[in-house]
Design a protein around this ligand. Structure first.
Ligand code: HEC
Length: 102
């Protein structure tokens, strides 16, 4: 396992900084949500639906201060609380490795 990969597997990425593992542009965030990443970030596309995925992506973008649609962000915030906060924390700042699924 490469060092980079090992580093990535040590914890959750803080969603509020600008240090993206997979790129912070809207398309990359959408791809993360729909398809999952690395076997540990679960694919959420089916659970969120197309609109929901967009809404949550806007919320994630708002966390790191990127331009976002405030209406979608408001909806995305609720979806984040329901679908993402268990791992990423209510504010997207969880980085504790203990919450990772095994
Ligand atoms: C089961 C725990 C879990 C859930 C639920 C979860 N995630 Fe993740 N997420 C992770 C982990 C772990 C990673 C890091 C993957 C890696 O190390 O490759 C990650 C990565 C990400 C990334 C990539 C960050 C980057 O730096 O590129 C985004 C964005 C993200 N998650 C958003 C979400 C959103 C939005 C939801 C809810 C729809 C969600 N996650 C639900 C565990 C989870």
């Amino acid at each position: 396992m490469s060092r980079l990969r090992r580093g990535r597997q040590q914890g959750l990425p803080n969603l509020t900084d600008k240090d993206w593992l997979y790129g912070g542009d809207p398309e990359a965030i959408k791809a993360t949500l729909i398809g999952g990443r690395n076997g540990v970030m679960p694919p959420m596309g089916a659970a969120l639906g197309e609109q929901g995925t967009k809404d949550v992506a806007h919320y994630v973008m708002s966390l790191s201060g990127m331009a976002n649609d405030s209406l979608r962000t408001a909806k995305g915030k609720e979806l984040f609380a329901q679908n993402c906060a268990a791992c990423h924390g209510a504010d997207g700042k969880a980085t504790c490795s203990s919450v990772r699924p095994t």
